[in-house]
Design a protein around this ligand. Structure first.
Ligand code: BGC
Length: 791
C-alpha cells in the first residue's frame, strides 16, 4: 500500500519525492499518461526496474480462449485482452560505460511530478554512478490531447561533477516485452506471451518504425519515432533495427556546464483493415505533424487544452486539501480515459494498466459518463456512439440467449461478451438499463437531438425489448425480472433486484416516450404502438420487493430473510471476501460487496420517500463491506442526502484517495477510473445534491462541517452554470453566457431563474443529522479518517 501522504498535498500536482521500489507498479499507474487513444504507464525512462511495463492503444486487443472446465450452452469461448504494445518510452543512458540504473550507484535525488494543468509527467534524477560520476537527468513526457496519435519526451542530461563525461543516449521502440507472471487474483489481466508478429522494421538516420500484427485478432499496429538532438557538444547519431526493436543512439562527450537534450517524437496507429503501407504512412504523417509543432508547441497545446477543460470541469474544495488534490487527480484521469476515446471504449482502468484485461464495464455509463455529461459532453457523445457500434454483437448475444433486443456484454473491448463467469458477470443484465440511462441523461443535459435520433432511439428500443423478453407478468399482473445479478456481485442470480427493476422501468418508459417523438424512425425499427404500450405496461407493473415487517426495501426478493453474514468472525485479512470465501456462501447470505439498493436510491431517488431512504440506508450500511471501489462514492451521495454529512465526507475521501493511497492494494493494475469519477459524484451529487430525474435540474446543497466551500461548474443545455456552496449560502452564476440567456432549476425544491446579468443567492440549510447513528459491518469502518478540523 502507498503510505499515507506518500504524495505531498498540493492543489495541482502529484509529486513523488523519493523513489519507493516497493510501490513502483502503483506509481506507474498513478503517473500514467493517456489521451484515451494512447496510454503510457509511468515506467522509468530507462525501462528498468519496473513494476509492470505498459503501453496500450485503445481497442488493440488479442483474442484468447476462455476455457470452461464444464462448458454450457452460450458460454463465450474466447475473450478479448488488451495487448501491451510496442514500448516507445524507452530512453537508456550510458554514463561513461555504466548504464543509468537506480538500483546501482547512488540515487542522490529522484522526483516525479504529474502536472495536472500542464498534462505532463516530469522526472528529475540526480545519480552518482558506481564509478563516482554524477549526472542530472530531467525528462518530461506527454501524450498529446490535441494530436491523438502523438506522444513526446524531452530528455535532458547535464554533467554535475565538473569533469567532461562521455554519454550515450539509446532511444528505443521495443515490441513483445517480457511481462511479470500473472497472479491468481481474477481482477488482474491474462498474460499474453509475445502477442505480436513482426511485419516490418525500418530505420532512418534519426529514428525508425516497427509494424506488427496480432496472431488471432488480426489487428495491425505501427509505432514510429524520430529524434531531435540539441547540444553544443559534438554528437554522433545513428539508428539500427531488428524484428522487435529499433534503436537510435546519440553519443557525445559533454563538458561541464553543457547539456545534451534529446526530443523524442512518438506516433502510434493501428487498424483492423488498413494495409501495411497505409499504416506506415499514417504514423509517418503523425510524426510530421508533431514535429511541425515542436516540443514547445506540443507543450503549449497541451496546456491550452487543459485550460479549457478545467474552466468547465474544475471543482474547488475548501476545508480538505487532500480531497482538493484528489478530485483534480481523478478528473484528470477521467479526462485521460475518455477524451479522445473517439468511439472507442472507456475501460475500467482507462489506459493506465492491464487490470480487468482492459475491459469496459457498466462503470462507463454509471460512473464516468455522468461526470463527463456535465463537464465534457462531447466525450459522452463519442462513448455512446461506441456502445451503438457494438449493438450488432449485443443483438447476436440476445439471440443466443433466446432473448429479444440487445444483451450488452458485462465486459468487453469491441462488443462480444468477454466474461467467462455467468453469476457475477453476464447475469448483470442491468448494464442494458445503464446504457439507456446514459442516453437519457446526455440527451436531457445537452438536447442533442441528432444523437437521440441517430443512435439514442435504437439503443433505447433494443434495451426495452430486452427487458420485455427477460421479464414476465405473473398471474397477479406484476412484472418480474428473475434470475439476474444487480450491481452487488455478492448477491447473484436472484429475482427482482430493485436496482435492475427500477432502472429497467425507466428504460422502458423512456423508450416508450421517445418512440412517440420519432415515429418514422421508430417504425423503421419495427416498433408498433402495441409494442410501445407493452413497454409502458411492464414499467407500470414492475415489482418492487419490500419487507413490510421491518419496513425496508429488499435488494432482491427475499433478501432480508437470508442468513446474516458472520462479520464478527471474519478477520480483516479475509477481505476482499471474494478471494477467501466460496461464492455460493456469499450468494446466499446478507453480505453486500457494493452499493446496490443504495445506488438505486441515488439514480432512482424519485422512487423512494425520504423516510424509506433513511431506513434503507441504515439497514444496508450495516451489511455493505465495500469490496468494490465503486461503492464508497454512492454511499457518500446517500449519506449526504439522508443527513449523515460527516460519513458522506469520509466516503468521499475513500473514493477520492483510492489510488493516491492505493486503498484496495491493486492500483498496480491501473487506476480505478469509476472510483475517481465517483469523487466528483460524491461532491456534486452528494454535497451539491445534483439530481435530474425527469429532466429538471435540482440541487440540494449541504456541506459537511469540515467543508468551508464547494464550487463546481456544470454544462446544461449549452449553458455553463457555476455553483458556489458556502456553509450559509449558495450562489448560482452563469458563465460565458450571452446576456439574454437564462437557466431554471430547483434549489431545495424552490424554482430559481438565473440570468447572465443576475446571479442568484439562496441560503444553504444546515444539515440535520438523524438521531440514529449509521453502523458499518464490524471491521469495515471507512478506510480513511476525516481531515483535522481547521482551528
Ligand atoms: C465491480 C464491478 C465493476 C468491476 C470493474 C468489480 O469489482 O464489482 O461493479 O464493474 O469491478 O470496475
Amino acid at each position: 500500500m502507498i503510505r499515507e501522504r506518500a504524495y505531498p498535498v498540493e492543489p495541482w500536482h502529484v509529486r513523488e519525492t523519493t523513489l519507493d521500489m516497493d510501490v513502483l507498479a502503483q506509481s506507474e499507474s498513478v503517473f500514467a499518461l493517456s489521451n484515451g487513444h494512447i496510454g503510457l504507464r509511468g515506467n522509468l525512462d530507462e525501462g528498468e526496474p519496473y513494476g509492470l511495463p505498459g503501453t496500450y492503444l485503445n481497442s488493440f486487443y488479442e483474442l484468447r480462449p476462455l476455457p470452461h472446465a464444464e462448458a454450457g450452452f452460450g458460454f463465450p469461448e474466447s475473450g478479448q485482452t488488451i495487448v501491451n504494445v510496442t514500448n516507445g518510452k524507452l530512453i537508456r543512458l550510458l554514463v561513461d560505460d555504466e548504464p543509468l540504473d537506480v538500483r546501482y550507484g547512488e540515487l542522490l535525488a529522484h522526483e516525479r511530478v504529474l502536472d495536472l494543468r500542464g498534462g505532463t509527467l516530469h522526472r528529475t534524477v540526480h545519480w552518482r554512478s558506481p564509478a563516482g560520476r554524477e549526472v542530472c537527468v530531467r525528462s518530461t513526457r506527454l501524450v498529446s490531447f490535441r494530436q491523438r496519435s502523438a506522444a513526446a519526451i524531452n530528455y535532458e542530461v547535464e554533467v554535475v561533477d565538473g569533469k567532461p563525461l562521455r554519454l550515450i543516449v539509446q532511444s528505443e521502440l521495443v515490441a513483445n516485452e517480457t511481462l511479470p507472471a500473472q497472479s491468481k487474483d481474477p481482477r488482474v489481466a491474462a498474460v499474453l506471451e509475445s502477442p505480436l508478429l513482426a511485419e516490418e522494421e525500418l530505420t532512418t538516420h534519426d529514428g525508425g518504425l516497427l509494424i506488427h500484427r496480432t496472431k488471432v485478432s488480426g489487428l495491425r499496429l505501427a509505432a514510429a519515432m524520430e529524434h531531435e538532438v540539441h547540444t553544443t557538444a559534438r554528437t554522433n547519431l545513428e539508428s539500427e533495427g531488428y524484428e522487435d526493436w529499433v534503436r537510435t543512439t546519440t553519443a557525445c562527450v559533454l563538458k561541464p556546464g553543457e547539456t545534451l537534450r534529446v526530443v523524442k517524437y512518438l506516433s502510434y496507429g493501428w487498424s483492423s483493415r488498413r494495409s501495411l503501407p497505409a499504416l506506415r504512412d499514417q504514423v509517418g504523417a503523425a510524426l510530421a505533424a508533431a514535429k511541425l509543432d515542436g516540443w514547445d508547441g506540443l507543450l503549449r497545446e497541451q496546456r491550452e487544452y487543459l485550460d479549457e477543460f478545467w474552466d468547465s470541469a474544475d471543482v474547488l474544495v475548501e476545508g480538505d486539501p487532500e480531497v482538493q488534490q484528489a478530485v483534480r487527480f481523478g478528473l484528470f484521469h477521467v479526462l485521460q480515459a475518455g477524451t479522445r476515446a473517439e468511439r472507442r471504449p472507456i475501460s475500467a482502468k482507462g489506459l493506465t494498466g492491464p487490470g480487468y484485461d482492459g475491459h469496459a464495464f457498466w462503470d462507463t455509463e454509471m460512473f464516468v459518463l455522468p461526470v463527463l455529461t456535465y463537464t465534457h459532453p462531447t466525450a459522452v457523445r463519442d462513448a455512446l456512439y461506441w456502445r451503438h457500434h457494438t449493438l450488432p454483437a449485443a443483438q447476436d448475444r440476445a439471440r443466443t440467449l433466446n432473448l429479444a433486443g440487445a444483451a450488452f456484454p458485462w465486459r468487453t473491448i469491441e462488443g462480444p461478451e468477454s466474461s467467462g463467469y455467468w453469476p457475477a458477470g453476464t447475469a448483470g443484465f442491468h448494464i442494458a438499463a445503464d446504457i439507456a440511462d446514459a442516453v437519457r441523461r446526455y440527451v436531457h443535459a445537452t438536447q442533442d437531438t441528432d444523437l437521440e435520433r441517430e443512435i439514442g432511439l435504437e439503443l433505447l428500443v433494443e434495451t426495452a425489448r430486452l427487458w420485455r423478453s427477460l421479464g414476465h407478468h405473473d398471474r397477479h399482473g406484476q412484472f418480474h425480472i428473475d434470475g439476474v445479478t444487480g450491481p452487488d456481485e455478492y448477491t447473484a442470480i436472484k429475482n427482482d433486484n430493485i436496482y435492475t427493476n427500477l432502472m429497467a422501468q425507466r428504460n422502458l418508459t423512456t423508450a416508450a416516450e421517445t418512440v412517440m417523438r420519432y415515429r418514422d424512425e421508430a417504425a423503421h425499427l419495427g416498433v408498433t404502438d402495441e409494442e410501445a404500450a407493452s413497454w409502458r405496461d411492464a414499467a407500470a407493473d414492475i415489482h418492487i420487493p419490500y419487507d413490510q415487517e421491518i419496513d425496508v426495501h429488499e435488494q432482491v426478493e427475499g433478501f432480508t430473510r437470508f442468513q446474516e453474514w458472520d462479520f464478527v468472525h471474519t478477520p480483516p485479512e479475509k477481505y476482499p471476501l471474494l478471494l477467501h470465501y466460496p461464492y455460493f456462501d456469499l450468494y446466499r447470505k446478507q453480505v453486500i460487496k457494493q452499493a446496490d439498493l443504495v445506488l438505486a436510491m441515488h439514480w432512482r431517488g424519485d422512487a423512494f420517500t425520504p423516510e424509506q431512504k433513511l431506513r434503507n440506508f441504515l439497514y444496508y450500511e450495516r451489511r455493505t463491506v465495500r469490496d468494490s471501489s465503486l461503492s464508497a462514492c454512492t454511499q457518500a451521495v446517500l449519506a449526504a442526502e439522508v443527513g449523515y454529512s460527516e460519513l458522506a465526507h469520509t466516503y468521499l475521501r475513500e473514493a477520492a484517495l483510492m489510488d493516491l493511497h492505493d486503498l484496495n492494494e491493486n492500483t498496480r493494475d491501473g487506476v480505478h477510473i469509476a472510483a475517481l469519477a465517483g469523487s466528483w459524484i460524491a461532491l456534486v451529487a452528494g454535497f451539491g445534491g445534483l439530481r435530474d430525474h425527469d429532466g429538471t435540474l435540482c440541487f440540494t446543497p449541504r456541506l459537511s462541517s469540515r467543508l468551508g466551500r464547494l464550487e463546481f461548474s456544470l454544462h446544461w443545455r449549452r449553458i455553463q452554470l457555476r455553483v458556489d456552496i458556502q456553509p450559509h449560502q449558495t450562489t448560482y452564476t452563469l458563465q460565458h453566457s450571452d446576456p439574454e440567456e437564462a437557466l431554471e432549476f430547483l434549489h431545495h425544491g424552490e424554482r430559481i431563474r438565473v440570468t447572465a446579468a443576475e446571479p442568484v443567492t439562496r441560503p444553504t440549510p444546515p444539515a440535520e443529522e438523524p438521531s440514529r447513528a449509521p453502523e458499518q459491518p464490524p471491521g469495515r469502518d471507512p478506510l480513511i479518517r476525516l481531515p483535522e478540523r481547521e482551528p
